[in-house]
Structures are given as C-alpha cells and as structure tokens.
Design a protein. Structure first.
Length: 444
C-alpha cells in the first residue's frame, strides 16, 4: 500500500488538509464520513438516529476496509475511527498514519455552530472534554503527529508531505516477552524515527552513535527531524568496522554519556551497520544499568540480522564478542534509502546470509525470486550471478552437510580458516586456483 490515513478529533482539519495533501501528492482522496453517508443514502445524523452509534461504527469499519483496499489515496477518517483495534491495524498495514492535533480551545472555536455532528452533545466544550482525553493515546501513536493550531491547511499539507515516507510502510512485530517492539521498513524514515523518540519522552539530549562515514552521509536528516520536534541530539562517532567494538570506542561513548549527563530516562540511537549497533546497544544495556535505545541499521546485513534480537557485544584482545548483553531495542527502523550508498560486495554478502537463513528454514530456492530481483537491480555482475546460482544449487543439494559443518565449527572459525572457507567457495562455484579474500557473506 501507499496510502496516507489522517486521524484526529473533529475540527482538527482532516478533510480540508486531506484534499490539499491529496492534490499535492497526486493521490486520490476519500472522506470516510462522506463515503459512509453516500453508501447509506442518508446523512450521518440520520444513521445515528436510526441505528445508534454501534450501527454507525459497523458502517465505518466497512467503509474503511473498502477505502484501504485502494492504492495511493489520502483517507480522512472520522474522529473515532482509529479506536477499534482492528481499524487501527488496518490503517497501519502498509500505510502511513498521520494525526492532526489542535488544542481544545481551538477545536471549540472551529466546531462552534457546527451542525450534523451527533457526538457534539450536549454542547461543543462538554463533548470535547468528555471524548478527547480517551482518544489522545491513539492519536499520539500515529506515525506522524502534526499540530494545526494557527496554521493554514496548505502549510499543514506541506509539512506532512515533507515528512512522509516515500512509498508504503511495512511493519513486523518482534514478540519478545516483556519487550515487544516493531520493525518498520520503508524509505525516508527520519521523521518516523523522530516521532518515536518524541513518544518515548526521553531526557535530553538523546545520543546518536554512528561512525564517521555514516555521520557524513546520513546524520543530518535525522538530527533535523529530531530538532523539528524540539529534541536535541548529540552525535558520538566510533571507528568504522570492527574497531567500533573495541574497549576504547565503548569508553568514548561512556565518556560522552557522562559529559552530557544522560540519566536512566535517556535514549541512544544506533545509526550504522552491525558493529555500530553492537557497541551502541551494549552501551545502552550497561549505562545506568540499562537505558532505552533504537536501532537504525544502514546496511542490509544489519537490517536483516544484527539489529534484530537484542544481541549486543564488544570484542576483547582474546576474541570477538566475548563481553555482551541481550537488551531489546524500543524500535527498529530499516530505511532502504541508506542502501543506495552500500558497496556491491557488501550487498551481495548480506544477501548470501539471507539465502543461508532461507536454507535453514527449509525454503526451496525455486520458490524465491530474490536473485532475479537483485540481478534486475544490477547489484550482481554476470560472474557473481553465476557464482550465486551455482552456490544455491550446491547449497540446497548438500544443505544438511554444509549446515551441520557451519553449526559445528562456527562461522568465526571459517573466517579464521581460509583453506576451509576456500573449499566451500570452490565446491560451490567450481573455481580453481587461488580464491581472493572475501567477506563472510561472499564466502557463503
């Protein structure tokens, strides 16, 4: 899906802003109340009089399902529409939900003299006082929360457009007992990250742990998105690659947390690949006996593997990942726009890890078109495509032996045993002669 769903109290501007936003983003527009009335052949007030609020809510749920089956539309939902859990689930499934908010006094001013709104009883101020507090929690859980007080509809629409993800938003829930959280996948997600931080209400400043490469490429949009919600952020740079997981890098993070006075209500954002996520997550797990953190992975491998599961660790001279902790992030945001700058060899290496996971789950390669899609995206050259195809055939014809070997010796040992690693590559690709040094995923 690629729809935008506007929610908010009566008078917040959903219908007016929605029409402007739809025109600016080349989307269709559906006013849910108008759709319900047209379908029933009666005004909303008549539906309430004849069927009661329960009857209206059934019609509302039906109209919402019908609207969200469309593509590329803006939906202006009724004030109570997002309250039922099933409605909320459908609104968020593949779509971006935007809440329009206004102060009670402003809502009362806009709704003064309004007709045809059955819930504005016995009067506007009383209705706002009784209904709004029960709805604020749901409104505040939207992907974007936009204030409309004292603003023109065109200005609000421009603000929303600048913050919207580019394309649909896909979500997966990681069901961890006591720490469930969500993975959000899409493009142009800094504003969604910022809104999540705002909802957490952390002490400030929040700390963004990243490396100097990512800092140069991707830090500023995230900092700007946070700043737009009155959230200050302090970046902390760690080295690129495995040096990020050394004790010196961890100590530098601790020093900055101490310097700016991060307390138990603080928050860390891990912006980077797997090593950044590991050290930032470990710092969060251990600072003040544990503070909250958000994973914003910037590589394929971090998006599909290391950012998920809460595993964090640092290296010691005696070996990798010897000191670690399991601490679940509050949320994970996989922004696919970050992958545009990823080198092809890292892209291919990460895809290989995905293929191995598929093998472990028993997924037949004939059922997946992942290699075809990556070839169309030109992330594989001709030779790499041939190697990948041969590797898949070899992997699935010998998967029990290979997976047992990987389990028994550990991938870390494979990395430290080039002859064994090269044997796998030669068997899979039919190569002869010396095999060049490869990333672990390329070896797989």
């Amino acid at each position: 899906m690629n729809n935008v769903v506007l929610v908010g109290f009566m008078g917040s501007g959903k219908s007016t802003v929605g029409r402007v936003l739809a025109k600016r983003t080349n989307r269709g527009f559906v006013d849910l109340d108008d759709d319900i009335a047209a379908d029933a052949g009666r005004a909303i007030s008549e539906i309430f009089a004849d069927e009661g609020e329960a009857g209206f809510r059934r019609r509302e749920a039906h109209s919402l399902r019908r609207a969200l089956n469309k593509q590329d539309i803006v939906v202006a939902a009724g004030g109570g529409a997002p309250l039922p859990d099933e409605n909320w689930r459908q609104m968020r499934e593949g779509n971006c939900v935007v809440s329009l908010m206004a102060e009670p006094a402003e809502l009362a001013r806009r709704l003064n003299g309004s007709n045809g709104r059955p819930l504005l009883q016995p009067d506007v101020p009383s209705a706002i006082a009784s209904l709004l507090p029960h709805r604020l929690g749901r409104y505040g859980a939207a992907d974007l929360v936009i204030g409309t007080d004292g603003r023109e509809p065109a200005d609000v629409a421009d603000d929303i457009e600048s913050r919207l993800p580019r394309g649909g938003v896909h979500r997966m829930t990681v069901e961890v007992p006591g720490a469930p959280h969500e993975v959000t996948i899409g493009r142009h997600l800094p504003s969604l990250v910022a809104q999540t931080v705002k909802r957490m209400a952390p002490s400030q400043p929040v700390v963004i742990v990243t490396d100097w490469v990512i800092m140069r490429q991707h830090l500023h949009p995230l900092v700007d998105a946070l700043k737009s919600l009155a959230i200050t952020a302090t970046p902390v740079s760690v080295p690129s690659g495995e040096p990020a997981k050394e004790l010196d890098a961890l100590a530098a993070i601790y020093a900055e947390l101490a310097k700016i006075g991060v307390d138990r209500q603080g928050c860390i954002i891990a912006l980077g690949g797997g090593t950044v996520g590991d050290v930032a997550g470990f710092a969060a797990a251990t600072w003040m006996r544990g503070i909250r953190y958000i994973q914003v992975p910037t590589t394929v491998l971090a998006m599909v593997d290391s950012s998920i599961g809460g595993k964090t660790a640092i290296n010691l001279p005696a070996g990798k990942n010897l000191v670690g902790a399991v601490r679940q992030p509050v949320a994970i945001f996989a922004d696919l726009e970050y992958l545009a700058s990823l080198p092809n060899e890292e892209y291919r290496a990460a895809l290989a890890e995905v293929v191995v996971d598929a093998a472990r789950l028993g997924i037949d390669p004939g059922q997946a078109d992942v290699l075809d899609r990556y070839q169309r995206w030109r992330r594989f050259d001709t030779m790499a495509m041939g190697v990948a195809t041969n590797s898949l055939n070899f992997l699935f014809s010998n998967q029990s032996t290979l997976l047992r070997a990987v389990r028994d010796i550990g991938l870390g040992l494979v990395d430290r045993a080039p002859p064994l690693k090269n044997l796998f590559i030669r068997q899979a690709a039919g190569l002869t002669g010396e095999v060049p040094r490869l990333l672990k995923g390329e070896a797989l």
